[in-house]
Design a protein around this ligand. Structure first.
Ligand code: FAD
Length: 404
C-alpha cells in the first residue's frame, strides 16, 4: 500500500533537483510531481554552500557537457536573475599566471574559451592586470568579462516558489530510505509515508550513489566528499579585491585552486581549498562518520586516486591546518594580503564522483536506467548550469515521463 501516487518523484532539493522539477512543471503542467528533501529546508548542502559564481565556461573541454551546459546555463542564469529580481552582477574575472611555466596552460584556457564560444576573453600583461585589479600580482592574465556573481540560495528559493505555483509538490524533512521496483511503478519509502511513481529522478548530491544502490544499480562510481574551506577578508581590507581573482588551475585536479571572490553581498572571501572529508556532510575538520569513510576506503578506485594525487592531497591537508600556508597560496595572487586580514569563513562539501579506475569523473554524468535516472556527477559549475541541466535531463527522460 502506498500513500500517494505521482507521475514523477525527484529525490533531493538542491539546485539541480529543483531545476529539474521546474522544467517538468513548466513543460508538463498536468503531471503530478513530488520533490522529496531530507533536510527541513531546501538547498542546505552544496547549493547553499558555494562561491556564488556564475561561471563563464572557460575551463571546460570543448564539446563536453560541462562546456555546453555552462555556457548556455550562464546566459540562462543571468536572464533568470534579471527576470525575477535576484541580485547578481556581471563583474568579470581575471585568471592570473604567476610563473612562466603557467603560460601554456593560460593559453590553453584562452583557446578553450574561444572554442566554447565565449566573447571578449583577452590576454593581458602585468600593467593591464594592475589597472583591473590594482593589488593583484602576476606576469600575465586572462580577462573573462562574462563571469558573474549571485546568490544560489536565492535562486533555489525562487525555483521552489515557481514549482509550487505551477502545481508541483515539495516535501522537506522527508528522507528517502528505500526504493523498490514494483509492477509498473517505483515504490519510494521514507521514514513516514510511502509513495509510488512512474518515474524517479535521483538528484541526491552527496548521496546520489547511495540512492543509486538502493535501486539495485551496481554503479561504477562512488561519491567522494571534498571539503572546501573559506577565509573572509576583514571589511577594512576588502578593497584589496575588486571582483574575482583566480590562479591558473592544475589540469590534473578538477578544482580551481584557492582564489578571491567578491560575494554579491559585497564581502570578499578567499578559498575554497579541496580537502578529502571524512564525512559526506562534514563541514568541520573534526567531522567523521565511520561507515561513510569505510565506503570510500573499501572502493578500489579510492586507493588508485590516493596513489595518483597523494602529493596535492597532502598539500591541501597542510593548508587546511596551517593558516600560514593558506595565506602563502593567496599571496601569490595578492602579495599584500596578510594573516591578520583573514578570519575563518564558511565551508562547503563537493560531491565528486570517483571511478573504479581511480579517475575523478570530470564531466557531468547522468545515468538513465529503466524508470529511474541517476544524476551521478554534477560538481561545479552545476549551479551556474542548473537551468540547462534541468532541460537536458528532462529531454533525456521525456519519452518515459510524457503524459499519455
Ligand atoms: C565549496 C563549493 C563551491 C562551489 N562554487 C560554485 C560556484 O561558484 N558556481 C557554481 O556554478 N557551482 C559551484 N559549486 C557547485 C554547486 O554548488 C553544485 O554543483 C550544486 O549545488 C549541486 O547541486 P545538487 O542539487 O546536485 O546538490 P545539493 O545541493 O547537495 O543537493 C542534494 C540534496 O539532496 C538531498 N538528499 C540527499 N539524500 C537524500 C535522501 N535520501 N532523501 C531526500 N533528500 C536527500 C540533500 O539533503 C541535498 O539537499 C560549488 C560547490 C561547492 C561545494
Amino acid at each position: 500500500m502506498t500513500d500517494s501516487r505521482y507521475d514523477v518523484i525527484i529525490v533531493g532539493g538542491g539546485i539541480v533537483g529543483l531545476a529539474v522539477a521546474l522544467e517538468i512543471t513548466k513543460r508538463f503542467p498536468r503531471l503530478r510531481l513530488l520533490l522529496l528533501e531530507k533536510e527541513n529546508e531546501l538547498g542546505r548542502h552544496q547549493s547553499g554552500h558555494n562561491s556564488g559564481v556564475i561561471h563563464s565556461g572557460i575551463y571546460y573541454k570543448p564539446g563536453s557537457l560541462k562546456a555546453r551546459l555552462c555556457v548556455e546555463g550562464a546566459r540562462a542564469m543571468v536572464q533568470f536573475c534579471r527576470e525575477y529580481g535576484i541580485p547578481h552582477e556581471i563583474c568579470g574575472k581575471v585568471i592570473v599566471a604567476t610563473h612562466e611555466e603557467e603560460f601554456p596552460r593560460l593559453e590553453e584556457l584562452r583557446r578553450r574559451g574561444e572554442a566554447n564560444g565565449l566573447t571578449g576573453v583577452q590576454s593581458i600583461g602585468r600593467e593591464q592586470l594592475q589597472e583591473i585589479e590594482p593589488h593583484a600580482s602576476g606576469l600575465r592574465a586572462l580577462v573573462v568579462p562574462s563571469t558573474g556573481i549571485t546568490s544560489y540560495a536565492a535562486v533555489c528559493a525562487k525555483y521552489a516558489e515557481l514549482i509550487r505555483a505551477q502545481g508541483g509538490t515539495i516535501l522537506t524533512s522527508t528522507e528517502v530510505t528505500g526504493l523498490r521496483d514494483s509492477t509498473g511503478d517505483v515504490t519510494v519509502e521514507t521514514r513516514g509515508p510511502v509513495f509510488s511513481t512512474g518515474y524517479l529522478i535521483n538528484c541526491a548530491g552527496l548521496y546520489s550513489d547511495r540512492i543509486s544502490r538502493m535501486s539495485g544499480g551496481e554503479s561504477d562510481v562512488i561519491i567522494v566528499p571534498f571539503r572546501g574551506e573559506y577565509y573572509d577578508l576583514v571589511p577594512e581590507r576588502s578593497s584589496l579585491v575588486r571582483s574575482l581573482i583566480y590562479p591558473v588551475p592544475d589540469p590534473q585536479f578538477p578544482f580551481l585552486g584557492v582564489h578571491f571572490t567578491r560575494r554579491i553581498t559585497g564581502t570578499v572571501d578567499a578559498g575554497p581549498n579541496a580537502v578529502l572529508a571524512f564525512r559526506r556532510e562534514g563541514y568541520r575538520r573534526r567531522d567523521f562518520k565511520l561507515n561513510e569513510l569505510a565506503t570510500s576506503l573499501a572502493f578500489p578506485g579510492f586507493w588508485r586516486m590516493a596513489a595518483k594525487h597523494w602529493r596535492s592531497g597532502s598539500d591541501e591537508f597542510h593548508r587546511s591546518f596551517s593558516k600560514g600556508e593558506f595565506v602563502r597560496a593567496l599571496q601569490r595572487l595578492v602579495p599584500e594580503v596578510r594573516e591578520q586580514d583573514l578570519v575563518p569563513g564558511g565551508s562547503g562539501v563537493r560531491a565528486q564522483a570517483l571511478r573504479r579506475d581511480g579517475a575523478l569523473v570530470d564531466d557531468f554524468q547522468f545515468a538513465p536506467s529503466g524508470k529511474i535516472l541517476h544524476v551521478l556527477n554534477v560538481p561545479s559549475p552545476a549551479a551556474t548550469a542548473s537551468l540547462m541541466i534541468g532541460r537536458y535531463i528532462v529531454n533525456e527522460a521525456e519519452s518515459a515521463i510524457r503524459p499519455r
